[in-house]
Design a protein around this ligand. Sequence first.
Ligand SMILES: O=C(O)CCC(=O)C(=O)O
Ligand SMILES: [Fe+2]
Length: 265
Amino acid sequence: MGSEHTQKLPLIDFNNLNFEAKNPNWELVKSQVYKALVEYGCFEAIFDKVPLDLRKAIFTSIEELFDLPLETKLLNVSNKPYDGYIGQYPVVPLYESMAIEDANILEKVKSMTNILWPDGNKNFSETIHSFSEELIELDQIIRKMILESLGVEKYLEEHMNSTNYRLRAMKYKGPQTSDTKVGLTPHTDKNFVTILYQNQVEGLEMMTKDGQWISYKPSSGSFVVVLGDSIHVNFIQYSSLITNHQLVTNNVLNHRIVILNTPIS
Ligand SMILES: O=C(O)CCC(=O)C(=O)O
Ligand SMILES: [Fe+2]
């Protein structure tokens, strides 16, 4: 598993910024984002707009989701890659995940919820929707900054309109040993930008350009932002920014969340 490496991810503060109105900090934060992406392909983001009670509530909802019987979770099917229920894979036996497509559209979340809970689960659908809505603002600020840094902001609207949002919840079973084990094997993400919320549990490791693993130590309330393969689609010259990452886990069962912007198919 990842070698001990003392490097830390760059930390960037997104508080007091918003997508619509640029404030005086915009250019400074934009330059920090670009520098972090060039050097690491990822960074840690502080974004306090997601309230603390919502951050707690989402993990209660996700525990409830994974506590459903396997046959119910398997009802979350999709013909899209990396969507629906994923789990029971021999290569990553500790890993299970459930995707919620269009997590920022309440009606879509409710229909998916009704498949899993035929009598509905208002609390679950509202929590997933509110959390996604809040975090998506961070995604949009970051994508706008990236396009501006690359000098292609004229494509911003087209780019934003070509994607929707998926929330994926992960559960990693404890391996019942004091050794760390692979939770999720090294990979790059397929989308443009991923935002990960680690619930203050260690385990996420990011690969540096010189092939070292950085173990991410979550500080309270921060998110990790990772650039994915979709940057190839329009901006191939920047593909060296994409980051390889993996998840290692020790004997504690843990849950994590990612929000991804996915191409509309
Ligand atoms: O569980 C995590 O935090 C990592 C998940 C991840 O990298 C992914 O879903 O692509
Ligand atoms: Fe990933």
